[in-house]
Write a protein that binds this ligand. Structure first.
Ligand SMILES: [Zn+2]
Length: 131
């Protein structure tokens, strides 16, 4: 995953306002000084008002700034489904890939298979002939 927020020429100003919720508002301002946005981040809830944290599970720029203000590792704030345990659990089940035909059990029923149907060059013609 590429997190490119650091490359953006955006200035973040963090104003803490609730230590209990580890929440803060982040004002972002582009270098031209025109675009200005205010976002509310609640670290304890793993939420940002821009909704990116909720949608992608990764704390992007606003949340990272607030984590920094509270001396919290932003990496520890990534949603649980990205952590190693979740990754391991995903692949902890036993997979049994299908082997080649040599390993297949003999069927307990009679196989009805007419190889001429697929190998015939006049497949559609013969298939439509029911007499
Ligand atoms: Zn945000």
């Amino acid at each position: 995953m590429v997190i490119s927020w650091q490359q953006k020429a955006v200035e973040h100003t963090v104003t803490k306002y609730s230590h209990a919720q580890q929440s803060a508002s982040v004002v972002t301002r582009r270098q031209n000084g025109h675009e200005m946005n205010t976002h509310v981040v609640k670290i304890a809830n793993r939420e940002c008002s821009c909704d990116k944290w909720n949608q992608f599970g990764v704390p992007f720029s606003h949340a990272q700034k607030v984590c920094g203000a509270y001396n919290i590792s932003a990496a520890s704030m990534v949603k649980d489904y990205y952590d190693l345990m979740a990754y391991n659990n995903t692949y902890s089940k036993h997979f049994e890939p299908v082997q080649s035909e040599d390993y297949w059990d003999d069927p307990i029923f009679q196989l009805v298979h007419d190889p001429t149907i697929r190998t015939s060059t006049s497949w559609s013609k013969s298939n439509n002939t029911h007499s």
